[in-house]
Design a protein around this ligand. Structure first.
Ligand code: SAH
Ligand code: SF4
Length: 400
């Protein structure tokens, strides 16, 4: 399919998504981030600001330019939750900052640990009362922070619990960054990886996801390794191209989960809009431009996508693509989506491996506390978000 067609598809998709977004956006999320209304005082949420924006803001408050860097380091190296203890500043500057800005909007509602303490799940309440989850996973020397990019998700993948929430709103870049800051203060060891594999479709909140990732990687702040930040997508092909064109240095994971259009459409409605040929074209584009390899996530669902025919097609689809394949036995309470047996999982992994594909079977970490992939869910009481569960082109009255 031509690029034009692809852009057209994406713009229709964007229209639907933006209608969804607009109906659920709160007025106090502005173009420049979140404004917090506290005691008749409107505070700015400084985690929404890049380092350069912090510098500009500090000068606008009448402080000397070099104070900007002290403040940024206070936020990301000292992990301050307000400016009271930033003693390099005068008392009046600290008071002024505390009156004007806030550094925390997430409140911890619940913290749950797995039996052997290797997975910790956090339920946060946001400034508007909506809730999200994030997870820390300890796996040998690897410490992964799994973070959310949206409240819920519109894409309605049939095996995913987050999909059942629908989409409630995008997270601001600061809300994404704050998940990492708060987990950093709680973690037993520093994070080695940050993955956008919590709630939401990161490529439908690309601007904030990229801004947050750049802030996390800022050498004057947390200085997190760029390539160890992974953005995972269900396969929004035009957004993969957009991400590529942006030149962002972060890693990409694509949740493939099925290798034939008909079976993929059944479990991932979004693929009706972006079928496998478009998706794989966009992945090839990403690889040719970035020279990086991509990770494919492949959930193994018993009898649905774990046959020799599926394995052969997966080999075929990834033939010319430098990649790593993560196999994840499906985590679901739904009897429709049982995990493949241990024997089949091992067979599938060996089959791919023997044919030259780097393949890793991901353990079902945090299964018992519902912290494993696809199990994140926050009960937002009566609020059920919007879902895109049909072919969007049909929905818009267009022929496909
Ligand atoms: N929306 C993005 C990122 C969040 S989902 C995406 O889909 O990639 C993060 C990962 O969880 C994806 O790889 C997704 O395929 C996986 N996942 C969702 N439901 C799952 C389930 N029931 N069992 C195992 N993995 C699941
Ligand atoms: Fe959304 Fe990803 Fe879950 Fe699909 S798997 S519903 S895209 S969070």
């Amino acid at each position: 399919m031509s690029d034009n067609r692809e852009c057209e598809d994406f713009s229709v998709f964007n229209i639907v998504i933006s209608i969804v977004f607009q109906t659920s956006l709160k007025l106090n999320i502005t173009k420049h981030g979140i404004l917090m209304q506290t005691n008749n005082l409107t505070k700015k949420y400084l985690l929404d600001y890049s380092r350069e924006e912090v510098y500009t803001f500090v000068q606008a408050l009448g402080m000397e330019p070099y104070r900007g860097n002290q403040i940024f380091k206070g936020m990301y190296v000292q992990l301050l939750s307000d400016f009271t203890n930033l003693t390099t500043l005068t008392r009046s500057s600290r008071d002024k900052l505390n009156h004007t800005v806030t550094l925390r909007t997430l409140k911890l509602k619940e913290q749950t640990a797995s039996v052997n303490d290797d997975t910790i799940k956090f339920l946060w309440s946001l400034y508007d009362g909506l809730k999200i989850e994030s997870v820390i996973i300890y796996e040998g020397r690897r410490v992964t922070f799994c973070i959310s990019s949206q409240v819920g998700c519109a894409l309605d993948c049939k095996f995913c619990t987050t999909g059942k929430m629908g989409f409630l709103r995008n997270l601001s870049s600061g809300e994404i960054v704050e998940q990492v800051l708060l987990m950093k203060q709680k973690a037993k060891r520093p994070a080695t990886n940050i993955v956008f594999m919590g709630m939401g479709e990161p490529l439908l909140n690309l601007k904030n996801v990229l801004k947050a990732s750049y802030i996390l990687a800022d050498p004057e702040g947390l200085a997190f390794s760029q390539k160890r930040i992974t953005i995972s997508t269900s396969g929004i092909a035009p957004a993969i191209r957009k991400l590529t064109d942006s030149g962002a240095p972060f890693s990409l994971a694509v949740s493939l989960n099925a290798v034939f259009d008909d079976s993929r459409e059944k479990i991932m409605p979004v693929s009706k809009n972006f079928p496998l040929n478009l998706l794989m074209e966009s992945v090839r584009y990403y690889i040719s431009k970035t020279k990086k390899r991509v990770t494919f996530e492949y959930i193994l669902i018993r009898g649905k996508n774990d046959t020799k025919r599926d394995a052969d097609q997966l080999i075929k689809l990834t033939r010319d693509i430098p990649c790593k394949i993560n196999l994840i036995p499906c985590n679901s309470d739904d009897p429709e989506f049982p995990p493949s047996t241990t024997e089949i999982t091992q067979w599938f992994a060996d089959y791919l491996h023997e044919r030259g594909r780097t393949t890793i079977v991901r353990l079902r970490k945090g299964w018992e506390i519902k912290a494993a992939c696809g199990q994140l869910y926050a009960d937002n009481e009566t609020k059920i978000g919007k879902k895109i569960s049909h072919n969007i082109k049909e929905k818009m009255g267009e022929s496909s």
